[in-house]
Write a protein that binds this ligand. Structure first.
Ligand SMILES: Cc1ncc(COP(=O)(O)O)c(C=O)c1O
Length: 464
């Protein structure tokens, strides 16, 4: 039986203290509020975040907000009652007001009015149309190489399995021990299925995988290297161009997990010569809980890859209903079943917003926010024993900052009840996720002030 603490640890939520029942597995994207705060834990009367914010921090935050060219975009997001600071947009993005209207209108205006005809009027092409938009706005990917489908986990499996199938005679996969669990688990499944060996890189947990690390393990036996571009714990940004080159020099294929990059850290997949990539749309792309993943397959590889979940929607003519599977030409062959139309609705609004602002401006604000968190932590949280566990060099830091303290599991649970929402990652990490378009410096300052207060609060003492 799963114990409450092991369940919450596995789901990556905030609180083993706020335990109650065994719960079904909930992905990182949706884990926080619903998965780990039991219904019986009422919101606690939050301390006065404004009064508790140190004046120097409040002043600096106000000045940064006043100078922020993206500040007004915060008004585009739907309000969240009782929220003091949302510091988990790297897990589940906040909804846009435009999305509320789009979702509300969908039933009558589209589904009920067009019914099955809507498949021909846009739904069928949505996976590639939205894939192209993700590619154009956030990935540096030309059209025809990105598709929206499945969950990240399933898309990872499909692309990784297709990649090893395209390198017959090579029997090793390279991965790292700090990668997100699903990435490691999917590869272990493929290795077992194909009789392959995984060569594990063990990077410094506070940093991530370097090109030298990869060069040290790839060989003529390497079929595939799978890495995260932005590490989910430390936020370290891996050197995509250099690592991709190292893998290609060894004759292997590289698959990048972009879950913590897409929509916050610009990438240039085409320019880097990347083979394959996957990512989720519910973090910085605002697709909402359970929104589908995207997969990128470089155009020149598409014809030679055979994906393992060959369903009718990836067939050359889905409605031929013929006896044999013939894959569609191009990126459509990586689709398996019916496109998740409802799950793709919200994505359109966030992509439109990101296109309006442009990724360079989003990245600039992300860097400013993470820098602000590190400075504030050094000044106001280190006296409480908190240490920064993310890179201090902004060039290799994604859009979250991980802070460490032995009491952060309990502290995070208390913060949620106060309306401050970071997340907890075992053993002692609190991730401060900074979604550039929905987060203000003042909000962050108040959130961090309550982190300090929670560390002073005996209610957040560890349980014996
Ligand atoms: C880096 C990374 N990879 C993969 C996943 C899993 O994605 P999914 O639950 O959509 O399959 C996540 C989820 O948060 C993630 O952060």
């Amino acid at each position: 039986m799963t114990t409450p603490s092991s369940a919450t640890a596995a789901h990556g939520g905030a609180s083993a203290a706020a335990d109650a029942t065994d719960r079904p597995a909930v992905p990182e994207s949706t884990a926080p509020a619903t998965a780990v705060v039991p219904e019986t834990v009422a919101p606690a009367a939050a301390p006065d975040a404004v009064a508790l914010t140190p004046p120097d921090l409040a002043e600096r935050a106000a000045a940064l907000d006043a100078a922020d060219p993206l500040a007004h975009y915060r008004d585009r997001f739907a309000p969240s009652p009782g929220l003091v600071a949302y510091l988990d947009g790297n897990s589940l993005g906040r909804p846009l007001r435009a999305t509320r209207d789009r979702l509300a209108g969908f039933v009558d205006d589209v589904w009920a009015s067009r019914l099955i005809r809507a498949w021909d009027e846009g739904w069928m092409d949505a996976p590639t149309e939205l894939g192209d938009a993700i590619g154009r706005v956030t990935l540096g990917a030309a059209a025809g190489q990105t598709v929206v489908a499945d969950s990240t986990t399933v898309m990872l499996y499909k692309l990784a399995r297709a990649a090893v199938g395209a390198r017959p005679g090579r029997d090793e996969i390279v991965a790292d021990t700090e990668n997100f669990p699903t990435d490691r688990f999917v590869l272990e499944g493929i290795a077992a299925e194909r009789g392959m060996t995984i060569r594990w890189i063990r990077p410094d947990p506070a940093l991530g995988v370097t090109a030298d690390d990869v060069a040290g393990v790839v060989s003529e036996r390497t079929a595939l290297v799978l890495l995260s571009h932005v590490a989910f714990r430390s936020a370290f940004i891996a050197d995509m161009p250099a690592i991709t080159r190292v893998v290609h020099d060894a004759g292997g294929l590289v698959l990048w997990d972009l879950c913590h990059s897409v929509g916050a850290v610009p990438v240039e997949l085409d320019a880097c010569g990347v083979d394959l990539a996957v990512g989720c749309t519910y973090k910085f792309l605002g697709g909402g809980p359970g929104a589908p993943a995207f997969g990128y397959v470089a155009r020149e590889l598409q014809a030679g890859l055979r994906q393992p979940v060959q369903g009718w929607m990836g067939a050359a003519d889905p409605f031929a209903m013929g006896p044999a599977y013939e894959p569609a030409p191009g990126i459509r062959r990586f689709i398996s079943g019916t496109p998740p139309v409802v799950g793709m609705l919200a994505l359109r609004d966030m992509l439109a917003l990101l296109e309006e602002t442009g990724m360079p401006a989003v990245r600039a604000k992300s860097v400013a926010l993470t820098r602000f968190v590190i400075e504030a932590a050094d000044q106001h949280l280190s006296p409480h024993g908190v240490r920064v566990a993310s890179p201090r060099d902004a060039a290799v830091r994604g859009s979250h900052v991980t802070l460490e303290h032995p009491r952060f599991r309990e502290v995070t649970a208390l913060l949620w009840r106060w309306g401050v929402v970071p997340d907890f990652r075992p053993p002692a990490g609190m991730r401060i996720g900074l979604s550039p378009l929905s987060t203000s410096f003042t909000e962050v300052a108040r959130g961090l002030a309550l982190v300090a207060e929670a560390l002073r609060d005996p209610g957040a003492a560890p349980r014996q």
